[in-house]
Write a protein that binds this ligand. Structure first.
Ligand code: ADP
Ligand code: ASP
Ligand code: MG
Length: 411
């Protein structure tokens, strides 16, 4: 049996028919090396955003089923065009939607999790010498509805398929040449990381490093499939994600991440703050809503930091739960236009100096901090969206992650 290689091309990489033809060349190069190649693609360019915008012209409360029906179409365009581009070059290839590829998900439409993959059909085609091109970001629920995996979900499709097929590696082709210590588009002094453990990558991704979906890292980690993040447009080695985390040297901060468009919901005068926190976290998790929940016990305030797009759903959860035991508070306040900026590192919480330094750097740069939260792997400051880039740049410099400093240290 030959080696399976999974290649994933993101939206920018397949943003035009010209680019699709260039990506077909990359696929062919890999196929010529004698590997079985499975390709996962995203929708072209900003197609998914355009589809979401169209929905806004029709309704503010779309049915989740119809939303997934619509959003899954973007990827379907790319699979057929890429497959035709391969045919045009004399390469045998076949396209599959998520369900044709055997991807079954749970029923949390809009943010579904992959439950299992029946690889029979893909294996048959690979055995027949075909390149298999799969639509990213989608699957099928047990009751036969099309589901989508959440924004950026094509990474998940690629890593989950790579694991199910026990692939040699999963290559993620994108518009940057690897994973950096912060988003290089916002923090120009960010340095490229050549090798990262699954755990460190997962921590960066969970806290906002949008280059990879955190659940993709989880799938790859489970079966030990190496993930390689590379540029679609240049040749280079990219960043290899594999293996266990090493203990860092002098600073445990491995990167600065941020998330824009964060809203805060505060519940005042909670009667049983611990009970409410637990119940809420349980409910949010069952709907796959990511939230940071912090207690300000001295004032009985429970603060939730959520993505702007989840605000309405969180309010509905609070409304539905209002008659439940524990769910007692006097009022709710919401605030939009916030962002989170985080320093990431293993066991960061156990070193209070890092939190102190973070607060000092932000204060010295006149960045107004709304809230500071911490977890085992992150210290997070909530700031106004207008100040998040400045905050990220200053923290990046302050924690010694700037390109020149890292280069000097490695000489
Ligand atoms: P694709 O469409 O290929 O999936 P994405 O836009 O999802 O591409 O991811 C690539 C983008 O991730 C980059 O353009 C970059 O701006 C952003 N990014 C955020 N954090 C990081 C990071 N730590 N390292 C590299 N890129 C990052
Ligand atoms: N097309 C989807 C999105 O824009 C999935 C992806 O690109 O990974 O979120
Ligand atoms: Mg992406």
């Amino acid at each position: 049996m030959s080696t399976v290689v999974v290649q994933k091309f993101g939206g920018t990489s397949v943003g035009s028919t010209e680019r699709i033809k260039r990506m077909a060349d990359r696929v062919i190069q890999e196929k010529k090396k004698g590997h079985d190649v499975v390709v996962v693609v995203s929708a072209m360019g900003k197609t998914t955003d355009a589809l979401v915008k169209m929905v806004g012209d029709i309704t503010s409360e779309p049915s989740k089923r119809e939303m997934d029906m619509l959003l899954s179409t973007g990827e379907q365009v790319t699979i057929s065009l890429l497959t035709m581009a391969l045919h045009q070059q004399g390469v045998e290839a076949i396209s599959f939607t998520g369900w044709q590829a055997g991807i079954q998900t749970d029923s949390v439409l809009g943010n579904a999790h992959v439950q299992s993959i029946d690889t029979k059909r893909i294996r048959n085609e690979l055995d027949n010498g075909q390149v298999v091109v799969v639509a990213g970001f989608q699957g099928m629920t047990e009751d036969g509805n099309i589901s989508t995996l959440g924004r950026g979900g094509s990474d998940i499709t690629a890593a989950a398929l790579a694991s199910a097929l026990q692939a040699d590696r999963c290559e993620i082709y994108t518009d940057v040449d690897g994973v950096y210590t912060s988003d290089p588009r916002f923090v120009p002094k960010a340095s490229k990381i050549t090798s990262l453990s699954y755990e460190d990558m997962q921590n960066l991704a969970i806290m906002g490093a949008g280059v990879l979906h955190p659940r993709a890292v989880k799938h790859a980690k489970k079966f030990g499939v190496p993930l390689i993040v590379k540029s679609s447009f240049e040749n280079g080695r990219g960043t290899m994600i594999h293996g266990k985390a090493k203990q860092n040297g002098s600073t445990p901060v491995i990167g600065i991440t941020f998330e824009e468009d964060i809203n805060r919901i505060e519940l005042f005068d909670c009667e049983d703050i611990e009970g409410l926190k637990k119940a809420l976290m349980c409910e949010l998790a069952s709907r796959h809503i990511q939230a940071d929940v912090y207690k300000q016990s001295c004032r009985n305030i429970l603060s939730l930091l959520i993505k702007k797009n989840d605000h309405q759903e969180v309010l509905s959860i609070l409304n539905e739960g209002k008659d439940k035991e524990n769910w007692v508070y006097s009022r709710i306040e919401g605030k939009s236009g916030l962002s989170k900026v985080s320093a990431i590192g293993q066991n960061i919480k156990s070193q209070p100096i890092i939190k102190m330094n973070m607060c000092k750097i932000l204060l010295e740069n006149a960045i107004r901090v709304k809230l500071v939260g911490e977890s085992a792997i992150s210290i997070t400051a909530v700031v106004e969206k207008s100040q998040v880039q400045l905050a990220a740049e200053r923290l990046h410099t302050g924690f010694g992650l700037d390109y020149e400093v890292v280069m000097k240290a490695s000489v």
